[in-house]
Ligand binder design. Structure first.
Ligand code: ZN
Length: 279
């Protein structure tokens, strides 16, 4: 049973990717769900989720470590639709139909190639929390309840509050308890109507668990973190080969790369490019 407040993470993602409001809500929910699912990793150290869909957003990608670092982006940051009838962001509308993939990976940081574990299910809801729960139930046989909410406002940093709860039932869990939790969640208000600047992760657990007592076993900080760096950008340019580097130097006098995950821009000037040719 896990919960997280991701307000700062979602604000950072919006700042970096300049996402429209509905795209921001979708990305925030996916990043929060990915972070929660990654916190349960045992044999792997990195978990990615990928939504590939027919709606205007095109795709949503997020990646998290079990230590609480998460990054993410969407294919089309401008994806936007008018609010749905109940006044909420039409996240389902910008996603449409498609597939939800979950990839667990390990060992890349130390050069080991362990086969990633990939699971997928069709998108059944498009509201994202239900899609995470459906994936866990269908692909991993873990009955689950998931709540994700992103509350936006009109001025920077555009996120008033964001967070989520993920409850994964252990095999052999008490049926009565499962029914109680399912019932509480089914009747709980939508997360965005209760979450605000003062909400703490334990408040979200209380919301999901109702009368059931719980004990906090572990707490950790979470953050938007990308694994890109100037060194990696230089290595990628170098890997293009001497001819390519020479023509970049001759034609543009520099190489500019931006990271898809975090939108950080790396500029390699003429001195750096000449250095690569000498090396
Ligand atoms: Zn990056």
């Amino acid at each position: 049973m896990l919960s997280a407040i991701t307000t700062d993470i979602v604000a950072e993602a919006i700042r970096r990717h300049q996402t429209a409001p509905t795209a921001s809500a979708a990305l925030g929910r996916v990043m929060t769900g990915t972070l929660l699912m990654a916190a349960t990793l045992k044999d792997f150290d990195r978990l990615s989720t990928r939504i590939e869909c027919t709606g205007p957003i095109g795709a949503i990608i997020a990646e998290a470590t079990k230590d609480g670092a998460v990054r993410g982006y969407v294919k089309n940051p401008d994806a936007e639709l008018p609010p749905s009838e109940d006044g909420k962001f039409d996240v389902r509308g910008i996603i449409g139909e498609g597939m939800f993939y979950v990839i667990r990976e390990s060992g890349f940081d130390i050069g080991l190639h362990i086969d990633p574990y990939v699971g997928s299910v069709p998108i059944v809801s498009g509201e994202i929390a239900e899609d995470f729960a459906y994936y866990l139930a269908k692909s991993e046989q873990i009955p689950s309840a998931v709540m994700l909410g992103v509350l936006l406002n009109n001025s920077e940093p555009f996120v008033a509050a964001s967070g989520g709860v993920m409850i994964q039932m252990m095999p052999g869990a008490n049926e009565h308890l499962i029914t109680m939790i399912e019932d509480t969640i089914a009747h709980a208000p939508h997360l965005t109507t209760v979450i605000n600047e003062k909400t703490r992760p334990e408040d979200l657990l209380k919301l999901a668990l109702g009368e059931i007592d719980f004990e906090i076993l572990d707490e950790r900080d979470v953050s938007f973190e990308c694994t890109c760096s100037l060194d990696k950008a230089v290595a990628m340019v170098e890997a293009l080969g001497r001819d390519e580097v020479a023509s970049m130097l001759a034609e543009q006098g520099e190489a500019v790369m931006n990271c898809g995950f975090c939108n950080e821009v790396y500029s390699l000037d003429a001195a750096v490019l000449s250095g690569l040719l000498k090396g």
